[in-house]
Ligand binder design. Structure first.
Ligand code: NIG
Ligand code: FE
Length: 429
């Protein structure tokens, strides 16, 4: 047991959700319900890392608290969890698309809005016009709200530039934000998000531009860790997706794919074949594809905010996936079509519309979400040696997170051992 003095301790938590690794990383099947909760829990932190996890009585037998050196937070009656990890976020864009809600209410589909020059392409026009500084300013506002809602790590995509210059500008914005904001960002290059208007009808030529110009420059400047493709009927085909991702692999970049959102193009099978780290959406994926994902250990990142915003009746078949042993994460998919910074909203939608249990939803938003960005060795659970990314909620138990909805239940957020939100206010500590 450690004999050092802690910088910070949290005591008396009514429930401390540890998500201890002993039930599997990622959690699969029935194990998604195992939160490894400690009642009357305590946690101690030093130099940004967790040095003790146990009950408050156990902590008091250790010599971890020194009156002058240790900050003590009392979590009596409260819930303590790992910080949320949001593993699918379109962070970098300019403008907004609030006008599209009326179009959707009038019965227009996502692809019809896109074909009419709206949707992604409208945001592309505005993002190309925006300066790097403007993109950083927009991104910071989003990250501030995410932090206030308990998110401590985010996967951040480019994808609204779609030229070499504007994709590089977007990725540089992610790097600048990572340097100035408490939320840690993992950068993803999504040059294959849409076919830009100047390549209309020439998708293969745009794919070639991605492969021969964008990927080499991004790799040379170390601007991204992941590459993502919007694989969908009428956007990028299975064959084009495979070409882009095999080229990305040559540069040491890891793979993510948007699959089977609107049409089943057999994206799940492709993701298993290419050993993608994670795939998003999966509303239409077929059974053979889902079983292939389970076998290959590809994380299915479910994005229930998107069918909610598109007013669809069908959501991803989460129960079937869990039964098949597919590891499941959840994310906001924040983008100008589906604009929410709140993982709490996503937990709620996951329960009400995909029938996840409250425990499964919390696992999907923390430990399994960390796996979706290859960060499970650092974050996603509260264990000795891991990064101290911790949230204190003003509710007594984890079931409240999906029960009381539409309000922010976060009280305090700790990132790498520093209090960054206290009593709902940002701190500079
Ligand atoms: O994941 N489906 C593709 N991309 C985003 C939407 C982007 C947009 O509409 O601006 C998504 O939902
Ligand atoms: Fe997306």
């Amino acid at each position: 047991m450690p004999s050092e003095v802690a910088d910070l301790v949290i005591l008396n938590a009514n429930e401390l959700v540890t998500l201890d690794s002993k039930f599997g990383v990622p959690r699969i099947g029935e194990n998604m319900n195992k939160l490894a909760i400690i009642k009357n829990g305590a946690i101690a932190v030093k130099d940004g890392k967790i040095i003790f996890v146990g009950t408050t009585e156990e902590l008091q037998t250790q010599k971890l608290i020194a009156p002058q050196e240790t900050k003590v937070l009392d979590a009596s009656g409260k819930l303590v969890t790992p910080g949320f990890v949001d593993p699918h976020v379109h962070l970098i864009f300019a403008g907004s698309r609030e006008n599209e809600l009326a179009m959707k209410l009038a019965g227009k589909t996502y692809l019809e809005i896109l074909a009419a020059g709206g949707g992604i392409l409208k945001t592309v026009r505005e993002t190309r016009k925006a300066s790097l500084e403007a993109l950083v300013t927009n991104g910071k506002k989003i990250l501030d709200r995410m932090l206030a809602y308990g998110t401590t790590t985010v996967e951040a995509k480019s994808g609204y530039g779609l030229t070499v210059k504007d994709e590089i500008k977007s990725l540089k914005a992610i790097h600048q934000l990572n340097a100035i904001h408490p939320i840690e960002l993992v950068a993803t290059f999504l040059g294959a998000h849409a076919v830009p208007p100047e390549f209309s009808g020439k998708t293969d030529e745009y794919v070639q531009l991605i492969i021969s110009e964008m990927l080499p420059e991004i790799a040379r400047e170390h601007l991204a860790e992941f590459v993502d493709v919007f694989c969908e009927e009428g956007i990028f085909s299975i064959e084009q997706t495979r070409r882009i991702l095999l080229a990305a692999e040559q540069f040491g970049l890891k793979k993510i794919i948007h699959i089977d959102e609107i049409v089943d193009t057999n994206g799940a099978k492709l993701a298993a074949e290419l050993k993608a780290v994670q795939v998003g959406h999966l509303l239409q994926s077929n059974d053979a594809g889902l079983k292939a994902l389970a076998k290959a250990g590809v994380i299915a990142t479910l994005l229930p905010g998107t069918p909610f915003c598109l007013m669809l009746k069908n959501y991803a078949p989460a129960r079937k996936m869990i039964e098949y042993g597919v590891p499941i994460a959840i994310a906001t998919d924040l983008n100008p079509n589906c604009w929410t910074e709140s993982m709490l909203m996503i937990l709620t939608l996951s329960c009400y519309n995909m029938k996840l249990s409250p425990a499964e939803a919390l696992t999907a938003a923390t430990l399994n979400a960390a796996c979706a960005i290859n960060r499970e060795h650092l974050i996603g659970s509260l264990e000795v040696g891991k990064q101290a990314d911790i949230v204190i909620f003003e509710v007594p138990n984890y079931q409240f997170l999906t029960y009381q909805f539409g309000v922010n239940l976060v009280e305090t957020v700790i990132k790498k051992g520093k209090i960054v939100v206290k009593h709902k206010k940002r701190t500079s500590e």
